[in-house]
Design a protein around this ligand. Structure first.
Ligand SMILES: Cc1cc2nc3c(=O)[nH]c(=O)nc-3n(C[C@H](O)[C@H](O)[C@H](O)COP(=O)(O)OP(=O)(O)OC[C@H]3O[C@@H](n4cnc5c(N)ncnc54)[C@H](O)[C@@H]3O)c2cc1C
Length: 436
């Protein structure tokens, strides 16, 4: 039997783990359970490669949150919620610094500052990264910190089957333990869904096998709406034929996209002439599709080449080691010697569970559903509009930007409900911990 909770977080990726840590640290009297169908460090977030955008202004002192906000809104085809974008782009630099303070090993520039590199659609170099293993570096640090929190119960390899939704409010979840087969109702004053995207509905995708849109199902099952489901981002450089991602960081480091004639075809299209390989993802994906449709895919096939040979062995091994490893392992190509075969792959779900900037899930009349919150890739705030600029997703919730108790506008998502003014937890529940 799992005791009733103050907060249940469904999902242990960057979103769920960050939210759990922030809540556990700010509100040590709250009882919190983090439920994840895979162990948190196996969440899809661990695959995030290229970095997280923040206008720190290290490489380019003229960079600032306004430019970051403008790039984000422009990249979204002007469909993003501009208030949300302003909040998130201002929150990005303190978020990166907070993660650094937590222990995340970001890559450094020559002067020892957090390194920043260019990314598609960004007008300044502002992606902060840990080589090409950024998600791995951040998630491991978050989970390591989370494990030491006395008020957090980790239910790893537990599968949430449905919400407990009665009288118009969410009162907990029903979950299934994969190891024992136990089905348990877990009452909770609040439920935060951080269940990730739905990329697995596509045949060619960069997403892991767990990205099946479960949070969206949980919400839709109760008759609550979903939003902008048609907005799915295709990443231009999925490794052919596997679909796994060759990070945008590779183009950030200077890779060329070549057609069958060996031409850098991005120069042939007006929308990408200025930024070439660093044009936004939708433009780059469309251009690849147009080249293929015109018969200029490699050998007339459905892919083009991503060429990094001119970067040289040392830079490839130092800056993009994982991309090389993927090419070797999944396509049998060593990118030091030969170009990688790539084509667009379903990558990021911009649509999802409609929320306000406090992560409150909205019903079809745009009213918050008491007790239900959503954040991360499963949520639709909508900060990405029709097209997300990489790399932004980890902040598409207030609770992630600076922790729930450092609110914007004097509020934070965990505080408003009087239901949280519960009795302090004096100690952890006795008996065997339900941690799997
Ligand atoms: C290859 C790749 C590279 C990327 N690189 C970058 C990058 O460089 N920068 C960037 O910002 N973004 C990047 N992204 C996007 C980014 O990784 C994701 O948007 C982000 O990690 C999503 O985090 P999340 O916490 O919302 O979800 P996830 O990390 O997908 O976590 C979902 C969690 O929910 C749990 N869960 C789901 N359903 C259930 C259920 N029914 N019951 C219990 N638990 C459940 C899972 O176990 C998991 O713990 C990349 C994506 C891919 C595919």
């Amino acid at each position: 039997m799992i005791p009733s909770q103050d907060v249940v977080i469904v999902g242990g990726g960057l979103t769920g783990s960050r939210a759990a840590l922030a809540i556990a640290q700010k509100y040590p009297h709250l009882r919190l359970a983090l439920i994840s169908k895979v162990h948190p460090i196996r969440s899809h977030s661990v695959a995030a490669q290229g970095g997280m955008a923040a206008a720190l202004g290290h490489l380019d002192e003229t960079d600032n949150w306004l430019d970051h906000a403008f790039d984000t809104v422009k990249g979204s085809d002007y469909l993003a919620d501009q208030n949300a974008v302003a909040v998130l782009t201002q929150a990005a630099p303190p978020t990166v610094r907070a993660l650094e303070k937590l222990g995340v090993l970001f890559s450094r520039d020559e002067e020892g500052r957090i390194a920043q590199r260019p990314f598609g659609g960004h007008s300044h170099p502002r992606a902060c990264y840990a080589a090409d293993k950024t998600g791995h570096a951040i998630l491991h640090e978050l989970v390591a910190n989370l494990l030491g929190q006395p008020n957090v119960t980790l239910l790893a390899e537990w599968y949430v089957l449905r919400l407990i939704y009665e009288d118009g409010e969410v009162k907990g979840v029903v979950a299934y333990c994969l190891e024992t087969g136990t089905v348990a109702a877990i009452p909770s004053k609040a439920v935060l869904l951080a269940t990730g995207g739905y990329g697995r509905v596509f045949g060619t995708t960069s997403n892991d096998y767990a990205s099946t849109g479960d949070g969206l199902y949980l919400v839709a099952r109760e008759g609550l709406p979903l939003q902008d489901m048609e907005f799915v981002q295709f990443h231009p450089t999925g490794l052919y034929p596997a679909g796994v991602l060759i990070s945008e960081a590779v183009r950030g480091e200077g890779a060329y996209l070549l057609n069958d004639r060996g031409e850098r075809f991005m120069a042939h299209y007006e929308a990408s002439q200025a930024r070439m390989e660093l044009a936004p993802r939708d433009i780059t994906s469309r251009n690849i599709a147009l080249e293929v449709a015109a018969g200029r895919g490699i050998g007339g096939g459905s892919y083009v080449h991503l060429d990094v040979r001119h970067l040289g062995r040392e830079k490839i091994l130092q800056k993009i080691p994982f991309a090389r490893e993927e090419g070797l392992r999944l396509a049998g190509v060593d990118c030091i010697e030969a170009p990688l075969p790539v084509r667009p792959t379903a990558h990021y779900s911009m649509g999802g569970i409609p929320t306000d900037p406090d992560c409150r899930v909205l019903d079809r009349h745009s009213r918050p559903v008491p007790g239900l919150y959503a954040a991360g890739e499963c949520a639709c705030l909508s900060v990405h509009g029709a097209n997300r600029l990489g790399p932004i997703p980890c902040w598409n919730a207030r609770c992630l930007a600076s922790g729930p108790a450092k609110p914007w506008g004097g509020r934070c998502w965990i505080v408003p409900s009087p239901r949280f003014r519960s009795q302090p937890i004096k100690s952890k529940p006795k008996g065997r911990s339900p941690i799997c």
